[in-house]
Design a protein around this ligand. Structure first.
Ligand code: LMR
Length: 332
């Protein structure tokens, strides 16, 4: 294939072997990790950088890992295709973005299902969560580890206190059927957009609002182009670090085991820091002059009542057993 035939991230990649070769020794396997968030001040960005450092140190001469943050290589809607073509070996999209491959993974996007990082951890470490790592095996996609971000918050160009304040507004969402349905329940309009397009869309009024975690809102500066952020804590943003079956099969057993054990070690380490990183981002937004609105119990309950009807819509597709296991994880 020539560079002329390629578009977007693939064209960039066609120019990359020289860059990769400059940093990798002859005979080392290149492990490209493409993701969409900031490299610093972000649970996924920091985890990816630390994993590359650990792999390059411990597996020098065998693997050579490079991280491409901030959608510099691919947006999440292209990265899995790139992985199947062997252009990328690691990605960690928000689980909601896998809905073309697995409906069960949408459990993470059910609004107000998970109340805390600890609940998500109990679920992902339990049997149902571990089974979901292999939910996309038939498509050649293997889940290696869950990576936690945090709870999502709503923001808009006007104050949002009651869910009725969202009526008629247009909200940017990820490509998740559950999230789109959740916005519909508010009487608002969902607009799926790539993460890299959100700031511009908020700034120019293409959309009125968005919903994301403190670390994403801070590192992408969404607070600069919004009236304020309402602490709804409505959905837990979880990532699934994935690779292709082909890549795993291409490694000899010793290399594969060592690589997978580094993935486990580093993801555990950064999952334990996710709460702290998000709390720092929340404070940094306030320090930078952003407005954070807290809800009282009655106001928050109104958001719960408005959005949880989507559970029924997706119960069959996700599986009631998976939803029950997730609910049980909330109880500790
Ligand atoms: C989003 O698109 O809002 C998030 O999935 C981005 C991310 O990876 O945190």
């Amino acid at each position: 294939m020539t560079t002329r035939m390629l578009t977007g991230g693939a064209a960039v990649l066609a120019l990359m072997p020289a860059i990769a070769a400059a940093q990798c020794d002859d005979g080392e396997r290149v492990v490209n990790f493409s993701h969409v968030t900031a490299a610093n001040g972000h649970p996924k960005g920091e985890m990816a950088a630390a994993l590359a450092e650990r792999v390059n140190e411990a597996m020098d001469g065998t693997l050579c890992m490079e991280v491409f943050p901030n959608s510099t290589l691919f947006d999440d809607d292209k990265v899995l295709e790139a992985m199947m073509l062997g252009d990328v070996q690691l990605a960690a999209p928000d689980v909601g973005k896998f809905d073309a491959y697995s409906q069960a993974l949408q459990v993470f996007n059910l609004p107000f299902l998970f109340a805390s990082t600890e609940a998500v951890q109990r679920f992902t470490e339990g049997e149902a969560g571990q089974d979901l790592l292999m939910a996309m095996e038939d498509s050649g996609i293997i889940g290696l580890a869950y990576v936690y971000n945090g709870l999502r918050q709503f923001s808009a160009g006007q104050p949002l206190i009651e869910p009725t304040d969202a009526e008629g507004l247009k909200f940017r969402v990820t490509t998740s059927d559950v999230t789109e349905a959740m916005i519909d329940e508010l009487g608002a309009q969902p607009q799926a957009l790539a993460f890299s397009e959100v700031y511009g869309a908020l700034q120019t009024g293409v959309v009125d609002g968005q919903e994301n975690t403190w670390s994403n809102i801070y590192t992408q500066k969404f607070y600069e182009v919004q009236d304020g952020i309402t602490e709804t804590n409505h959905q837990f943003l979880t990532y699934l670090m994935v690779t292709s079956q082909d890549f795993l099969d291409s490694l000899d057993e010793g290399t594969r085991e060592e690589f997978l054990s580094l993935v486990d070690e580093v993801s555990d380490e950064y999952n334990a820091r996710a709460n702290e990183i998000n709390a720092e981002a929340r404070q940094a937004i306030i320090d930078a002059g952003g407005t954070v609105r807290e809800l009282d119990d009655a106001q928050r309950q109104a958001w719960v009542d408005a959005m949880t009807p989507v559970w029924d819509q997706f119960e069959e597709a996700i599986g009631s057993d998976v939803i029950e296991a997730a609910q049980a994880a909330n109880e500790g």
